[in-house]
Ligand binder design. Structure first.
Ligand code: FES
Length: 319
């Protein structure tokens, strides 16, 4: 999580689609905002222990504004519901400085952006950047219906209109996203970027693999994930403090640690943001996050303690 924070003011709030609020933020002091890379997100501090990450979807070249698009999540744990209910034009917010875990590959010769629902937000910033730099790119935006699709004004106007394809679940069959038709043939310089609900991403990524796109050229960002803490109990030993604790089935490691007085900072609590990452010294983590890469998971020396578990009876952490 970003340590440095910014005071910003909400300069406008709109609701361009069902259950989606778009906020434009400016620096409260009137200065320029820090530069951000396409794909970046910010932590939004909504209250004590309530920090949520939202992608920046505005123009990365515009340092006068940050734009966020926030879906009212079904079963919201407080983040999106608080924004939809409580945040209005003129309000001040504290946000982290932009962080980018979903960077564009600058050397790509072809960039394909595939967004499901509100997952289009980081891709929108990427699309704006690609358009401004005359890159070869296409943005596929899959939404349930026009009423649930935000940012249509931007996507259907120059310069993005010529590069954007809207795919609606309730539209004619022919306009639905069809990987074998809509994805280009795999090639050395072709990179895919996928963001959306977990099921959508699994499907798109699975199809991309099936069509021969190399894993290293498929980039992804999850914004929601189910946390599954089922499985056997195990012991966590802490190398620095000498403490240990049993982690029962259904209890996240971070909660078991809190019960013995060891606090690990968390943010998303869904294995997405990386805030709770700890070093694993011994044992084999049962990785259940969507943050570490496959290679990092295979190394088994890091673990996200908000969601992951242990494959071995004991796990030793560097805490
Ligand atoms: S708190 Fe976000 S990954 Fe654990």
């Amino acid at each position: 999580m970003s340590e440095q924070t910014l005071d910003v003011v909400v300069v406008s709030r709109s609701e361009p689609a069902e259950d989606i609020v778009v906020l434009d933020l400016a620096a409260a002091a009137g200065a320029s905002l820090p530069r951000f890379e396409p794909g970046a997100h910010v932590d939004v501090h909504l209250g004590p222990d309530l920090i949520r990450q939202y992608s920046l979807c505005g123009d990365p070249a515009d340092r006068s504004r940050y734009q966020l698009g926030i879906l009212l999540a079904a079963g919201s744990r407080g983040g999106s519901a608080a924004i939809h209910r409580d945040v209005h034009a003129g309000d001040h917010l504290r946000i982290g400085v932009p962080r980018n875990l979903f960077p564009l590959q600058a050397a790509a010769s072809k960039t394909i952006l595939i967004g499901g629902g509100i997952g289009v937000t980081p891709l929108l910033a990427m699309a704006r950047h690609c358009a401004a730099h005359a890159k070869d790119f296409t943005l596929h935006y899959c939404a349930r219906s026009r009423a649930k699709a935000a940012f249509l004004d931007v996507l259907e106007a120059a310069p993005l209109a010529a590069h954007s394809c809207l795919h609606l679940d309730d539209g004619p069959e022919a306009q639905r996203f069809l990987p074998e038709r809509d994805l280009p043939a795999p090639a050395a310089g072709t990179h895919l970027y996928v963001c959306g609900p977990a099921g959508f991403m699994e499907w798109v990524i699975g199809e991309a693999h099936r069509l021969g796109h190399p894993e290293a050229q498929i980039h992804r960002e999850y914004f929601e994930a189910d946390v599954d803490t089922s499985g056997d109990a195990f012991e966590v030993k802490l190398a620095k403090s000498g403490k240990s604790v049993m982690v029962p089935a259904g209890v996240p490691i971070v909660k078991a640690l809190a019960e013995i007085g060891v606090k690990v900072e968390v943010s998303c609590e869904q294995g997405i943001c990386g805030t709770c990452m700890c070093t694993a010294l011994e044992g084999v983590p049962d990785h259940r996050d969507n943050y570490l890469t496959d290679e990092e998971k295979a190394a088994n020396d890091q673990i996200l303690v908000c969601c992951s578990r242990s494959k071995t009876p004991t796990l030793v952490l560097d805490l």
